[in-house]
Design a protein around this ligand. Structure first.
Ligand code: MF3
Ligand code: CO
Ligand code: CO
Length: 284
């Protein structure tokens, strides 16, 4: 297996002027600096269902196109057009100067891979991370797709990464510490000897893309926020076949494993309800 290298990046795609932009667009590399509550109103949550549905549809539409020879740039265009056709702005586009509409992270790229002219190869795994903004709120999700004939160890990694997310989702409840999420994911990952990426986390998401609420995927009991009904957040574990340490390319975005081991990721946006999580990034 050959290491992933950067390929040319096409010009950023246009979004129709009729589609409202999130407030950070055009501001460069500035933090959102959200200071409000982590608990959202019923109106915000209702709006997030639509943003989440669009993000989910765009992600799976791009995922259907995954095949040997297809470029990640082509996946970006599919998701971009899906979001625009549904009246949503692709939240990643111009978020802190990010140049494309989604993230496509192949093999040892952990996250924030920039779609480019690299054709997918038989045996690749590709994380497609899509966030959509509509009616003032975001929905954020990611799924790992298989390209052609993928080796068994990678397939297992993908299955187990999704399972780690699902187990954490099942455990969240009002009154529990947010640290239960990382404890469950890390304990599950350990069974298989996987690395749990530390440097990138889940987050609060609603009117802000990244609200400041942190969701660790490893056991971090010192960050002891109590979950409350109406909180909206992502759980998005990144598990590796090797070590969890990472570094970034000098493009300022692409994050890769130091040891070149493969990484899988799944992400969903949810709201904390009285009886557990309700997923917002779904087509249902
Ligand atoms: N969607 C990513 C997340 O899960 C963030 C991507 S930011 C970008 O938080 F600028 F890289 F797109
Ligand atoms: Co996210
Ligand atoms: Co995401």
């Amino acid at each position: 297996m050959t290491a992933i290298k950067p390929y040319p990046v096409s010009p950023r795609l246009d979004v129709p002027a009729s589609i409202p932009r999130p407030p950070y667009v055009g501001l460069g590399d500035v933090d959102e600096d959200y200071q409000g509550s982590h608990v959202q109103t019923p109106e915000v949550i209702e709006a997030m269902k639509e943003a989440g549905r669009i993000a989910c549809g765009a992600m799976h539409e791009a995922g259907k196109a995954v095949a040997p020879g297809v470029t990640t740039d082509a996946l970006d265009r599919i998701a971009h057009e899906y979001m625009c056709d549904h009246g949503a702005y692709p939240s990643s586009l111009d978020y802190r100067n990010y140049p494309k509409s989604i993230c496509t992270s192949v093999n040892e790229v952990i996250c924030h891979g920039i779609p480019d002219a690299r054709p997918l190869e038989d045996g690749d795994i590709v994380k497609i991370d899509v966030t959509a903004y509509k009616n003032g709120v975001h929905g954020d999700n990611c799924y790992t797709f298989l390209c052609g004939d993928v080796d068994q160890a990678s397939r297992d990694l993908v299955t187990h990464t999704q399972e780690s997310m699902n187990r954490a989702i099942k455990a969240v409840r009002p009154g529990r510490s947010i640290s239960i999420i990382g404890r469950i994911i890390e304990n599950y990952a350990k069974r298989f000897g996987y690395g749990v990426v530390h440097d990138y986390t889940g987050h609060g998401v609603h009117t802000a893309f990244h609200s400041g609420l942190i969701v660790f995927h490893y056991d971090e009991p010192r960050y002891d926020v109590t979950l409350e009904e109406g909180m909206t957040l992502t759980i998005e574990p990144m598990l590796t076949l090797g070590d969890y340490h990472s570094h970034q390319w000098d493009d300022g975005w692409t994050v890769i494993t130091n040891d070149g081991s493969r990484c899988a990721q799944f992400e969903q946006t949810m709201v904390i309800r009285a009886d557990g999580a309700e997923i917002l990034t779904t087509l249902d």
